[in-house]
Design a protein around this ligand. Structure first.
Ligand SMILES: O=C[C@H](O)[C@H](O)[C@H](O)COP(=O)(O)O
Length: 217
């Protein structure tokens, strides 16, 4: 079973959480793309979707799903999304696809957040994957200097503009022993829109695809 098969298995497992004719929050990335395609393949009817990115919005519309604004939707019963890393406490790193801010908003608005990953994403401690930080463009250097003071090595993700018109710094070598404290600390830096730690609002369930089974955290 290759990585794509595992992503599809995780996505398939998430279908069990979807109730027809409700509003569904949908994340971003290759695992979530499998999930979107499966929703359509299985003919699952939804009242509407709330999307965490322009790319996901397009894919949902291509499959015939209605996409509405979060302001119109209110609370979302279920939000399904992938992650770049998860630990055993369901704390995540997200933002490898630069969609972290809208993803964090969707997760905050969701009654239940189900995260779907293949087994390679489960780590003993977050931080091997560089932490994405979305930054207002004029604050890029200022924020980078502050991130160095926090022990990180920020790298500007060249050529990438987020759906919100901002830039991304990928921060290597951070000590993420206390993910909640670090999430708060980085978010407090002037110029930071948000960072890719999902510790203050972790996933409610993480579905981990392995070749022979799905493990649920
Ligand atoms: O910004 C992107 C998101 O946080 C994705 O959920 C994350 O990067 C995982 O993506 P993939 O499923 O492609 O590994």
């Amino acid at each position: 079973m290759n990585a794509n098969d595992l992503k599809r298995q995780a996505a398939l497992a998430a279908l069990a959480y979807v109730e027809e004719d409700t509003i569904l929050g949908v994340g971003t990335g290759s695992t979530t793309n499998c999930f979107i395609d499966l929703l359509a393949e299985k003919g699952i009817r939804l009242k509407a979707c709330v999307s965490s990115s322009k790319a996901t919005e397009q894919r949902l519309r291509d499959h015939g799903y209605e996409v509405i604004d979060l302001n119109q939707a209110g609370t979302i019963p279920l939000y399904v999304d992938g992650a770049d890393e998860t630990d055993a406490k369901r704390q995540l790193i997200k933002g490898g696809g630069a969609a972290l801010t809208r993803e964090k908003i969707c997760a905050a608005a969701a009654q239940q957040f189900v995260c779907i990953v293949d087994q390679s994403k489960l780590v003993p401690q977050l931080g091997k994957f560089p932490l994405p930080v979305e930054v207002i463009p004029m604050a890029r250097s200022l924020v980078a200097r502050e991130l160095v003071k926090l022990g990180g090595d920020p790298v500007y993700r060249e050529g990438v503009t987020t759906d919100n018109g901002n830039v991304i710094l990928d921060v290597w070598h951070l000590d993420i022993t206390d993910a909640k404290a670090l999430e708060q600390k980085i978010n407090n830096l002037p110029g930071v829109v948000t960072n890719g730690l999902f510790a203050l609002r972790p996933a409610d369930r993480v579905l981990i695809a392995r070749p022979d089974r799905i493990d649920t955290l």
